[in-house]
Design a protein around this ligand. Structure first.
Ligand code: HEM
Length: 408
């Protein structure tokens, strides 16, 4: 598997700013949805939020793989036991178990490890004048940090990176996989599960201040089997790696488009939290979420039939002028901050505390290390439409490294 082939699938259309033109045009005509891939795409904040929080809808996790040609095999079996595909009572129990494992101590250690990895990766760029931050720091820091926080062995980092990159390509999109893609995804999930089982065995014999050690204790008291536990851990790896890379890419793209903002963050790491939230609202890596109605329903007066798969455009909702003043403007100080970039309702991103620590710490560290960074060409390539929405590359002029640039 090619480590740097981050965006391998075959869909040619790409994300970019012009996606918003279609949403604006639809709103101007008074429409609440557009049609894409033959499906209805809801675009209003109120509708998207209503579906996310309505228990009569379910995520389309169960039918997602068959639609893409995966009807049996390791990936299919794995998908059946992960968080998002469970019935409500089991789902609630598993979520409680996972969120209790993200303790204050785990998050504090994570912050330190993210800063260290970021400094090291910045240093590795050496004296290069330019670098693509997506395939270097933004790809590597999240997986290194997850490897530490989840209690994997550092010697498994490179394999973890490779398989999670391969599997990350599976999220989003409705185009059927080729037989070769399915074989690669199956191989990757088998290997990731083996790595998770190894982490579980290691942490059983040598407990540590990590998520897996805490999950083991909780799983044992709930009588949860090893398969489930390995599925949860691998779910956290896949759910957390590519999307954090995407959020870092979106945040950097936004800030380098307004160099004053970049320099402000370089000087004041306290700005990182609001900056990352607002970049998530504006550019939204988790751009579209598929949900299925479990009976005939009425959503704010919109009729949705039983079994209809609707796409929720978080991307459009997060720029709904009925919810956000001047929605196309990057404004980290805006008062209305309830964006849907981490979802909402029962499936709200369980990894949000981890995501925020990694994104905030990486951004603050990179900006302080390269305060004069510039994006010479603002027309960056975006990811294919079937994948998480973000710049696929950010070739940045790094500028001077301040003499006093040491770990914060
Ligand atoms: C960095 C930015 C991140 C963004 C923008 C993000 C976004 C989201 C969104 C929108 C959902 C809801 C999906 C739905 O409603 O169907 C979600 C769910 C989820 N996320 Fe994240 N995520 C991020 C990071 C992470 C991290 C770091 C982890 C793991 C450590 C993670 C693990 C998960 C899992 C397991 C779910 C499924 C939750 C459930 O079904 O109950 N995410 N995420």
């Amino acid at each position: 598997m090619d480590r740097h082939n981050l965006f391998p699938l075959r869909v040619r259309e790409r994300h970019d700013e012009s996606q918003h033109d279609e949403f604006r045009a639809a709103r101007t005509r008074g429409h609440r949805w557009v049609r894409q891939f033959g499906l209805r795409v809801l675009i209003d904040y109120a509708d998207v939020q209503a579906v996310l929080t309505d228990h009569r809808f379910r995520t389309s996790g169960v039918d997602y793989l068959p639609k893409r040609g995966v009807t049996s095999g390791p990936l299919f079996e794995w998908r059946k036991i992960i968080l998002s595909t469970q019935p409500p009572d089991i789902h609630r129990m598993l979520r409680a178990l996972v969120s209790h494992s993200f303790t204050a101590e785990v998050l504090a250690r994570l912050r330190v490890s993210v800063a260290e990895h970021t400094i090291n990766d910045c240093t590795e760029l050496g004296r290069a004048d330019t670098a693509d931050l997506v395939t270097t720091i933004f790809h590597r820091v999240p997986i290194k940090s997850l490897c530490d926080a989840l209690g994997f062995s550092p010697s498994d980092l490179d394999r973890l990176d490779i398989v999670s990159t391969e599997l990350g390509a599976m999220f989003g999109g409705v185009v059927p996989f080729t037989p070769d893609e399915i074989r690669r995804l199956d191989d990757a999930i088998v290997e990731l599960t083996q790595l998770a089982r190894k982490a579980i065995a290691d942490r059983r014999s040598r407990p540590g201040p990590d998520v897996t050690t805490r999950l083991i204790a909780a799983a044992d008291s709930f009588g949860l089997g090893e398969d489930r536990l390995a599925a949860i851990i691998s779910n956290l790896v896949i759910g957390g790696h590519g999307i954090t890379r995407a959020l870092l890419s979106c945040t950097t793209y936004t800030l380098l488009g307004q160099p004053d903002r970049w320099r402000q963050l370089a000087a004041d790491p306290g700005l990182a939290a609001r900056t990352v939230e607002e970049a998530n609202r504006l550019h939204c890596p988790a751009a579209t979420l598929p949900y299925v109605a479990m009976r005939d329903l009425d959503v704010n007066g919109l009729r949705i039939e039983r079994d209809e798969l609707v796409l929720l455009s978080v991307l459009a909702a997060n720029r709904d002028p009925a919810q956000f003043r001047e929605p196309d403007r990057f404004d980290p100080d805006r008062s209305e901050t309830r964006h849907l970039g981490m979802g909402g309702g029962p499936h709200y991103c369980i990894g949000a505390p981890v995501a925020r620590v990694i994104a905030q710490e990486t951004m603050a560290t990179v900006a302080s290390r390269f305060p004069d960074a510039e994006l010479p060409d603002p027309t960056v390539p975006w990811t294919p439409i079937s994948q998480l929405r973000a710049p696929a590359a950010l070739r940045v002029c790094l500028g001077r490294v301040p003499a006093a640039s040491t770990p914060r």
